[in-house]
Write a protein that binds this ligand. Structure first.
Ligand SMILES: [Zn+2]
Ligand SMILES: [Zn+2]
Length: 177
């Protein structure tokens, strides 16, 4: 726990390692190393969070298990001041910092680190840029070969287009009548 309003004048730095940390949606981090720096700034607190881990989830196209190295680095200002939080940003030196509402006097550093990884976790992770995904009909992983239903699904739209073209050809558009 960091006591936000009783920080040493030079700031407080905490480092840690966490073997495994669960994120939302069945995703987890492993081999996490992190550091948190907290420095009093007027009535507010400058916070810096840095971390590295292996993100463990699944490919968003083919659902194969996926490990991906991930790093976070973020700086912001924690404040109890509702006006300042409402303004959303604060300039400290040459830096424009987001302001985050921290109503409590203490802050759980591991929760702070977890939040940053949660925020910056990959939204649409892919096992490879060229991942072919799964067949929507039979569920076969197309990275491992094609299935029988693939040609049919490719024919379907063109058959539909032919029918549509035929139907349209039969309609005579005459805006004057
Ligand atoms: Zn994939
Ligand atoms: Zn298929």
């Amino acid at each position: 726990m960091i006591n936000l309003y009783n920080l040493p004048p030079e700031g407080l730095r905490l480092n840690g390692t966490t073997e495994r940390l669960a994120l939302e949606g069945g995703v987890s981090l492993r081999d996490l190393t992190w550091s948190v720096f907290a420095l009093a700034s007027g009535g507010d607190v400058f916070l810096e969070v840095k971390g590295q881990a292996v993100w463990q989830g699944t490919c968003s196209r083919c659902l194969a298990p996926l490990d991906q190295p991930m790093a976070v680095e973020s700086q912001f200002l924690g404040s109890k001041d509702a006006d300042l939080v409402g303004r959303g940003s604060f300039t400290l030196g040459s830096q424009d910092l987001d302001v985050v509402f921290l109503p409590e006097d203490t802050l759980d550093e591991t929760e702070l680190v977890r939040e940053q990884f949660e925020l910056q976790a990959p939204m649409h992770p892919l096992c490879a840029e060229a991942c072919k995904g799964l067949c929507p009909i039979c569920g076969k992983n197309w990275n491992k070969g094609t299935c029988q239903c693939r040609p049919e699904s490719e024919q379907a739209p063109s058959a539909l287009n032919q029918a549509l073209a035929k139907a349209l050809a039969g309609i005579k558009l005459d805006p004057e009548s």
